[in-house]
Design a protein around this ligand. Structure first.
Ligand code: SF4
Ligand code: SF4
Length: 225
């Protein structure tokens, strides 16, 4: 899931200052699961802003199931219409989705969208994927060196791991030690002898914004219309 965290209240207060009608809009999927943008967080943030900004501002609250899909954003059209600004507690995709659906309203990002991660344990999330566009997990024992090696190395570790930990961030395990251990456990360590060729990073964000078009789905939709 996409993991995000709320911006400091003071930053949000500064962004919201000057608007008279604000809609605090949560997202019912990823940012609810990581306790950054669900119904409870919308309520708490709206209350804090009311007491921080006082009479200056009228605050409405709403949550949609996903801010990244038009059908859900359409459900809050009236509330958005009443607002001068929407404070989104969705990820950056949600913020931009609101802006595209309702170009006349100012959208403020209430969260810092941080990474795609796993819930390691309650209250602990860790990055697992950088959406590189050319997944190689079948070659690395299911552990991602792009996201989990500080240098995104593709063919084994740098010279720096110490006691199984990364030289850049000693609090993290070295991704390549994890990969080696996993492949050993699976009896597939010979997999490491296969060199992963230099990648074409165009499939990653280095090629600019990416787009997926599924002609089969487009045809189905067009037939239904
Ligand atoms: S190889 Fe790419 S797509 Fe696969 S998990 Fe890593 S970053 Fe994500
Ligand atoms: S120590 Fe391991 S994880 Fe850290 S940069 Fe080197 S290879 Fe990557």
């Amino acid at each position: 899931m996409i993991v995000a965290q709320q911006k400091p209240l003071e930053d949000i207060r500064q962004m919201a200052r000057g608007f008279r009608r604000l809609l605090v809009l949560g997202c019912g999927t990823c940012t609810t699961v990581c306790f950054a943008g669900g119904e409870k967080e919308v309520g708490l943030l709206a209350t804090s802003l009311r007491s921080a900004l006082g009479q200056e501002i009228e605050i409405e609250e709403a949550v949609v199931q996903r801010q990244c899909e038009w059908e859900f954003l359409d459900q809050v059209g009236e509330a958005v219409g009443r607002a001068e600004a929407v404070l989104s507690l969705g990820c950056g995709v949600g913020v931009q989705g609101i802006g595209e659906r309702y170009p006349g309203v100012v959208v403020l990002p209430g969260l810092n969208t941080t990474f795609m991660g796993l819930t390691e344990a309650p209250g602990i999330w860790e990055e697992r994927c950088m959406a590189c566009g050319d997944c190689l997990l079948h070659r690395t024992g299911g552990i991602c060196p792009v996201a989990r090696c500080a240098k995104s190395l593709l063919n084994g570790p740098c010279g720096g791991p110490q006691d199984g930990h990364c030289e850049i961030s000693p609090e993290n395990p070295c991704a390549w030690v994890l990969i080696y251990d996993r492949l050993m456990q699976q009896g597939r360590v010979e997999q490491l002898e296969e060199i992963i060729p230099v990648r074409d990073w165009k499939a990653s964000h280095s090629g600019g914004p990416r787009r997926i078009v599924r002609p089969d789905l487009r045809e189905m939709v067009e037939e239904e219309v």
